[in-house]
Ligand binder design. Structure first.
Ligand code: ATP
Ligand code: MG
Length: 366
């Protein structure tokens, strides 16, 4: 088993800078998700680690070995692609055993390893079938199995379940987590699906335009996003943003949007904001849909008046869009709540969950 470290790694394709100065490490036995939108450099990063692409600059270590100039087969890294690429004329067993055969592993050892991984992946009952006789999920597991039988130090997965249907994807997500727990191999998993990253990973590296934005535990990424991009990319429904001015009334700070929304602040935030000596008093407030509560009447805590604009039911949760003039807030509610369009409501924001960003740079202030 091994740690994977990238130090100041860059990759350009002509004028396109696909990966910019990337420094990150995936610890021994860790499950790290590389998360980001299409084109942010996720696949390129994996391809440099496995050795299918040469980095333009920087160093890549696996364990304490510098691997930049090693051939893929010398790196002890297996990569699982989105398209599983099984050999159609081989049985499942032969497909899985193939990487061992070309490495001259004895037939007895091949059998042992294939059976063990097949059992973990729950495909031990289809070892004699041909790929065409398998479901999508089974093919996926055979592809994964073929990488895992090698017992590589590092496994890289590039959106391995993104094209499965929702039910299978859900099932495979659970399987992947269990497999990682059983085999304990260092895993870097690429996805653009934040739910997948949060569900699976020990830590998440969020990328944008070839650059690392934040590396942290899923909770940390969710509750302390370093900038607006990370705040908006992780969490569903997405976080609400509202531009505000920090104002003072009789020594107490509060937030004001235009002349019609006034949001009180917690004591601790007042203190921290006043210490910041902001260059302007403009801030962008981020507040997640889960951190707003609604009431049908006004009281001390529910003091921002709005009306219901849209309601959307997603099975176990109701997402309400509340409207205050042109400002909209998405709010996640329990589906038992009965609300009707245009009904007047009052909002209570959980002040302890406020995120403050600098509207000029998008960076987190507090
Ligand atoms: N061989 C190549 N030649 C030229 N440009 C490339 C090549 N491979 C990737 N790129 C460019 O590098 C950038 C990063 O691509 P990459 O495939 O790493 O993105 P990604 O994050 O995996 O995206 P997706 O989620 O769509 O798979 C993109 O702008 C892409 O067009
Ligand atoms: Mg990709």
């Amino acid at each position: 088993m091994a740690e994977v470290s990238l130090r100041n790694v860059c990759k350009s394709f002509g004028k396109v800078q696909a990966v910019k100065n990337l420094t990150l490490s995936c610890k021994d036995r860790e499950f790290l998700a590389l998360l980001g939108p299409s084109g942010c450099g996720k696949t390129t990063t994996l391809r440099m680690i496995v050795g299918l692409e040469v980095s333009s600059k920087g160093a890549i270590y696996i364990g304490d070995r510098l691997v930049n100039h090693l051939e893929p087969q010398q790196r002890d890294v297996a990569m699982v692609f989105e398209t599983y690429g099984l050999y159609p004329h081989f049985t499942v067993y032969e497909n899985m055993a193939y990487p061992l055969k070309i490495r001259k592993v004895s037939s007895e050892e091949r059998q042992k390893r294939v059976r063990r991984i097949a059992r973990i992946l729950r495909i031990d009952d289809v070892l004699n079938r041909m790929p065409r006789q398998l479901s999508g999920g089974q093919k996926q597991r055979v592809g994964l199995g073929r990488a895992l039988v090698r017992e590589p130090a590092v496994t890289l997965m590039d959106e391995p379940i993104s094209h499965l249907d929702a039910k299978l994807r859900h099932e495979m997500r659970g399987e992947l987590k269990r497999i990682h727990r059983e085999l304990g191999n260092t895993t870097i998993y690429v996805t653009h699906d934040q739910l997948e990253a949060v569900a699976l990973a020990d830590r998440i590296a969020v990328m944008r335009l070839g650059e690392l934005q934040q590396l942290g535990h899923p909770d940390e990424i969710y509750s302390q996003p370093v900038n607006e991009f990370v705040a908006a990319f992780v969490g569903a429904p997405p976080i609400n943003f509202i531009d505000c001015q920090v104002k003072s009334d009789k020594g107490r700070l509060f937030l004001r949007h235009d002349d019609f929304i006034k949001i009180p602040l917690a004591d601790q935030q007042q203190e921290r904001l006043s210490k910041l000596s902001l260059q302007t008093n403009e801030v962008r407030l981020g507040i997640r849909p889960q951190d707003i509560d609604i009431s049908s009447h006004e009281d001390r805590s529910h003091c921002v008046q709005a009306s219901i604009y849209i309601t959307e039911l997603f099975g176990d949760r109701l997402v309400v869009t509340a409207k205050i003039r042109e400002v909209r807030f998405k709010i996640e509610m329990s589906p038992d709540l009965t609300v009707r369009i245009d009904q007047p409501i009052w909002l209570n924001f959980d002040k302890s969950k406020f995120h403050f960003f600098d509207p000029r740079t998008g960076l987190r202030i507090i």
